[in-house]
Write a protein that binds this ligand. Sequence first.
Ligand code: TRP
Length: 355
Amino acid sequence: MENKEEKKKIVLSGIRSTGNLHLGNYFGALSKFVKMQDDYDCRYFVADLHALTTHPDPKMIHENVKQILAEYLAAGLDPEKNTIFVQSDVPEISEMYLLLNMHVGIGELMRTASFKDKARKALGITSDGDEIEKEIIGNNTNQRVNAGLLTYPTLMAVDILIQKADLVPVGKDQEQHLELTRRFARRFNSFYKTDYFTEPTNFNFGGEAVKVPGLDGSGKMGKSEGNCIYLIDDEKTLRKKVMRAVTDEGPKEPNQPVSQPVENLFTLMALVSGPEVVKHYRDAYADCSIRYGDMKKQLAEDILKITLPIRERILEIRGDDEYLSKVVARGAERAREYASATLRDVKEIMGIRKV
Ligand code: TRP
C-alpha cells in the first residue's frame, strides 16, 4: 500500500570538531538545526575525519568530538527526533570516499578556494597569488599540504550523497563545496547513465544567511582571540570579552554614520536583545547620548540569558559519558543503515561486485 503521508525531506549538516562552538555557530547553524527538527528528517553529525585534515592531535580530536556532541545536545537538538552521529562511526563514508575520488579531478580540487587558503597556511605563504599550485609541487621543505586537505570536498560530497540529502544548511563559506557535490552527483549520473543521485540544495531558511559579527571590529565571529564568544564561556569571561569589544570615540554630531565596530555591536544586539532595546541604543547613538559602556553591559546580559542555560547543559551532558555513548551509538546505527544502502547501490553501479 502506498504511503499517503508525504516523505519528509532529508536534511544533513555537519560541524568539524576543531574547538568549542561560538555564537556564530549558534545563530548561523545550531539554532536553525533545532528549528528544523520537527519538519524534516534531520541528520546532524560531527565531522571528525574532516577535522583530521587540519587538527591531527589525537587527544584533541577525541575531546572535541565529545564537546561538540554535548554542545549540539545542549543547544536543543533532540536525539529522539534527529539522527545525531559521528562521521567516523560510519565506515561506509570512508569506503565511498575512495570510490567517488575516482571521478574527481585533482585540478578542480586544487582550484577550490578553501583548499588554496588552507594550503597557503600549511606552507606559510601569506600572499594570495595564484602560484599556489607551483608552490605545492615545488615545495621540498618539511612543510606539506596533506592529500586529505585536497580531497576534503570529495569527503564532504560523500557525507551528503551517501545520506541522499535533499537540503544542506551551510553558510556562505561552504557554498563552493556544495556546488562541487552537485557537480560530482551529475558526473556520476552521466558517467553511469543513471539518475541515481539527486542534487542537494543549500537551505537558508527562507532568508539571508545571518552574519554574526565578532568583537574585534572586523568581520564575522571566528575563533581568533578577542573576537569570539563561546557557548561554554563562563559569566566573568563573557562579560570581560564584551566590555573589551572594539568601539570608537563615540558620535560627535547627531545622526552621524555608524562605524563598522559599533555597527557590529548593534548587529549582535539585534540577535540577542529585544527590538525596543536596540531602538533605545540606536536613538541614543543618533542624539549622541550613547555610552558604549552601558550598551555593552546590556549586550553582555542579553547574551548571557541565551548562553548560560546552554553552558549549564553542556557541562551536565559533558559529564555523562554514558549518555553521550548511547546517543551516538543509536545515531550511528541509523546513519549506517542509510549509508550502507547507498554504498551497496554505488558499488553495484560501479561494477564492484562479488565474484
Ligand atoms: N565542511 C563543513 C565545514 O567546515 C563541515 C562539513 C563536513 C559538512 N561535511 C559536511 C557540512 C556535510 C554540511 C554537509 O563547516
